[in-house]
Design a protein around this ligand. Structure first.
Ligand code: NAD
Length: 440
């Protein structure tokens, strides 16, 4: 069967197989359920390629590993680690590694699938992958985290590599984590393999501009959406949830372009100011005190009040499943730019669409990070490094061109921007799938 043959009414090559794999609980599928629903929604727009749609619903490869380490007190602790390669039809798997106490297989599966969609949406030559360890890293020393990272890297070393699967930072992992991963992989293969991970420190084959890349992409796509909606940037009121790698950079860049930051929420609390918050002062305060609250000139508000803050643009940049039916009705922003992965559940998405709120979906809005990761990987292969200015210009161009063409698809089909991104991305993945055919 090829893409050019008529699939008639076939349900596809896995017709008759179980809809939900046995390793997921059908009564509590978890975050992967959100992704499956997104695939269901896009399938009617895939034409003949719908024949292959089942391939989108099943990760290609899942590795679950035990990660034992010596703790500083001399005892041994075991942690659950995952690496999921959702799809490799268009190129090697690519996606971050998350350290969080709530990591589950379903979550890593969903995150890896969103990477497949994201990489195809901005046309990077990658499939999708993701990894994670179920640990609260705040409770462990730097030495313990280094041992954890090195053992995890060795365990997943079977399936990662510069041409196979390239991890990067995600929640609670950073350039230092990537340096340990790169060193461990390099020791195991007997050569310095800089291209095995991205998001490394610049002195170790990292790319200039990577630190801010995701937040910068959130800004670029947000600014493009504001132009389409006729919203001026100057004085636009912005509320952000999450003040880490993505949220802090996005907030700072919006502020630099004249927007007013009216609320910031992180794990320590929520601050609000009608007069506007200076993100640099907020970051300095957070570094000094370990919390976002009690920043001079701001008031602390209750966690749930964040959603009803008077603002024009809201940026969820923390974790998934934050915008639900419980709060979507309160949101006053006209535009939501998803810095985080999977922050909006599908039912809330529908409610926002009914209320006329435009959502720039995660798979487009936060693709800046993986785009500069791609630049880093290319630079590592050629050992030739570009200037920050070149990187930012290329990033801005890729993000704004992708936004423009996806917006056109949205208008043409009369769908949400999320469905438009899924139409384009899933078509690219399934075209590759159909052209390659089934092995053997
Ligand atoms: P990070 O660890 O640097 O920051 C996470 C932030 O979220 C912190 O400020 C934390 O305090 C806050 N947070 C955690 N739990 C919270 C809660 N319950 N309520 C409010 N705030 C909470 O992580 P990051 O790299 O900025 O990633 C944030 C999101 O963006 C994740 O969904 C991640 O998958 C996604 N993302 C990250 C990148 C990247 O390049 N780092 C790229 C694409 C997508």
């Amino acid at each position: 069967m090829t893409a050019t043959q008529d699939p008639t009414n076939s349900t596809g090559p896995t017709s008759g197989a179980h809809a939900i794999p046995s390793y997921l609980d059908p009564n509590n599928i978890g975050p992967y359920e959100i992704y499956l629903e997104q695939v269901e929604r896009v399938t009617p727009y895939l034409g003949k390629l719908a024949y292959w749609a089942e391939t989108l619903k099943r990760p290609k490869r899942i590795l679950v590993v035990d990660v034992p380490i010596h703790l500083d007190d001399g005892t041994v602790a075991h942690f659950e680690g995952y690496r999921v390669q959702h799809n490799t039809s268009r190129g090697p798997a690519k996606g971050g590694v998350r350290y969080h106490q709530d990591v589950t297989l379903s979550e890593v599966m969903a995150l890896s699938a969103w990477m497949t969609v994201k990489n195809a949406a901005v046309n990077l030559p990658y499939g999708g992958g993701k990894g994670g360890i179920r640990i609260d890293p705040r409770k462990y020393s730097t030495g313990e985290l280094e041992r954890l990272t090195r053992r995890y890297t060795t365990e997943i070393g079977l399936i990662i590599g510069p041409e196979k699967d390239i991890p990067a930072p995600d929640v609670n992992t950073n350039p230092q984590t990537m340096a340990w991963m790169m060193d461990t992989y390099s020791m195991n293969v007997g050569r310095t393999a800089t291209g095995v991970v991205t998001g490394k420190p610049v002195s170790l084959g990292g790319s200039l501009g990577r630190g801010d890349a995701t937040g910068r992409g959130v800004f670029v796509t947000g600014a493009e959406a504001m132009k389409k909606l006729g919203m001026p940037m100057q004085g636009a009121r912005v509320a952000v949830q999450g003040f880490g790698n993505v949220g802090e950079a996005a907030t700072r860049i919006f502020h630099e372009h004249g927007a007013k930051i009216v609320a910031i929420q992180d794990v320590t609390g929520t601050i609000h100011s009608d007069a506007g918050i200076d993100p640099k002062a907020a970051l300095e305060h957070l570094r000094r005190t370990g919390k976002i609250t009690e920043l001079p000139g701001t008031e602390e508000i209750k966690r749930d009040e964040f959603w009803g803050v008077d603002c024009d643009v809201m940026i969820p940049a923390a974790l998934e499943k934050q915008i639900t039916l419980a709060n979507a009705g309160q949101i006053r922003a006209k535009l939501i730019v998803e810095g985080a992965n999977g922050p909006t559940i599908p039912a809330a998405d529908d409610l926002l669409a009914e209320r006329g709120v435009t959502v720039v979906p995660d798979v487009l809005a936060n693709a800046g990070g993986v785009t500069v990761s791609y630049f880093e990987w290319v630079q590592d292969f050629s050992s030739f490094f570009w200037t920050e200015d070149e990187i930012n210009k290329r990033l801005d161009r890729i993000m704004s061109e992708a936004f423009g063409s996806l917006w056109d698809v949205k208008e043409r089909h009369g769908v949400t921007l999320r469905t438009a991104v899924y139409i384009v991305a899933c078509t690219r993945v399934l075209e590759a799938r159909a052209l390659r055919g089934l092995y053997p």
